[in-house]
Design a protein around this ligand. Structure first.
Ligand code: PEP
Ligand code: MN
Length: 254
């Protein structure tokens, strides 16, 4: 299948901004409107969160669907959301423009096969211990079912060093750009786990040739229900976006 989807193809640099989780109607609307005015090309926000501990916040679930619908109406931006279970696909399809497969589900081949039947693009995050060849084979599961609109997302891997949350593999970005036809995005938020390192890694990703960035922002990170430590404030996000446009202009003439 070869459907042109200009918004998410390599022809356009995408900056996807939003909170880790869609926490409430007010918070998601406020954040969405703010990032739209900064130049976001799509919104992000999880409804079903894959948390390491069952005691951690699990996401708003289906009650967040309406909040997302409102924010989409207000901003007219596409929405990207993680799908954690094949049974969610048909209902999420009403509001989701790109389905995200999270790092923990990269090896969930039944989920990948179901998403292969979707008409929507799939953002396939790299499993945190996945080799590049395993990642590409996971993409193959989606392609074989008829959906070749895949965006690969490097979000950091586990290495011997645990100082940062993960180790951002920018070599993988340069490699995949050369060796595959897929757009490659980078998530510097989960890669570093600390907001002060998100901007430098976002700029490094742009320099490495990434086709897009997906970044967590929160109007009040200290109050965030998940991943507040890595969330950029709206102000810091705006400063980063100015730098991104400058780096792209200098390096890529864009
Ligand atoms: C996310 O994007 O909110 C997320 C959970 O990402 P990852 O699967 O990469 O940890
Ligand atoms: Mn998160």
């Amino acid at each position: 299948m070869n459907r042109p989807i200009p918004h998410f193809s390599k022809d356009r640099f995408n900056i996807v901004l939003g909170p880790c989780a869609v926490e409430s109607k007010e918070m998601f609307s406020h954040t969405s409107n703010a990032v739209k005015s900064m130049g976001a090309t799509a919104l992000r926000g999880g409804l079903f969160k894959m948390r390491t501990s069952p005691d951690s916040y699990q996401g708003a679930g289906w009650s967040g669907l309406e909040w997302v619908r409102i924010a989409k109406q207000e901003t007219a931006l596409p929405f990207i959301c993680e799908v954690t279970d094949p049974r969610q696909i048909s209902d999420l399809d009403q509001i989701v423009d790109i389905f995200q497969v999270g790092t923990r589900n990269m090896y969930n081949y039944e989920l990948l096969k179901e998403l292969g039947k979707s008409e929507k693009p799939i953002l396939l995050k790299r499993g945190f211990s996945a080799r590049i060849d395993e990642w590409l084979l996971a993409a193959d599961y989606i392609v074989r079912e008829g959906n070749s609109e895949i965006i690969l997302c490097e979000r950091g891997i586990r290495t011997f060093d645990s100082t940062l949350r993960n180790t951002l593999d920018l070599g993988a970005v340069a490699f995949l750009k050369k060796k595959t036809g897929f757009p490659i995005w980078v998530d510097p938020s989960h890669a570093t786990g600390m907001s002060e390192f998100v901007s430098p890694m976002a700029l490094a990703a742009v320099s490495a040739g990434a086709d897009g960035l997906i970044i967590e922002v929160h109007p009040n990170p200290i109050q965030a229900l998940s991943d507040g430590r890595q969330a950029l404030t709206l102000e810091d996000c705006s400063i980063l976006l100015d730098k991104i446009w400058k780096v792209r202009a200098v390096l890529w003439n864009k």
